[in-house]
Design a protein. Structure first.
Ligand code: AMP
Length: 116
């Protein structure tokens, strides 16, 4: 089912796109959690990580190459960054069009609070 990300990819609603090709679109998160917060989204609608198939392996790999290139483009590659993919409700996924968060521009600290 199409989400707001499909409209961003099709440029039907405004967003700050930093990279786009025939497979992937990368744009600024509207509610950033760090100085740099980019969403890297396959143009193909894949709802969640739980829906990926072997046919998606190339596009998923391409998302990492785009993440690396965008991180360099935005000047955060040298110090580093974090890539996050949330899956479904326990993973904190809000938009059901698979996406990778590229987050950086400051020291991010611990990824998760330790489970007790
Ligand atoms: P997730 O919780 O992993 O599904 O992340 C969804 C992300 O999409 C959140 O960080 C939102 O801030 C972001 N988001 C939602 N709507 C938009 C939008 N129109 N433009 C850019 N980012 C958005």
């Amino acid at each position: 089912m199409p989400t707001i990300f499909s409209k961003i990819i099709a440029k039907e609603i405004p967003s700050e796109i930093v990279f786009q090709d025939d497979r992937v679109t990368a744009f600024k998160d509207i509610n950033p959690i760090a100085p740099v917060h980019i969403l890297i989204v396959p143009n193909k609608e894949i709802p969640t990580v739980d829906d990926v198939t072997e046919a998606d392996e190339a596009i998923l790999g391409h998302m990492f190459v785009v993440a690396k290139n965008v991180a360099r483009q935005l000047g955060i590659a040298e110090k580093g960054y974090r890539l996050i993919v949330n899956c479904k409700s326990d993973g904190g996924q809000e938009v059901f069009h698979l996406h990778m968060h590229l987050v950086g521009g400051k020291r991010l600290g611990a990824m998760l609070v330790r489970h007790e």
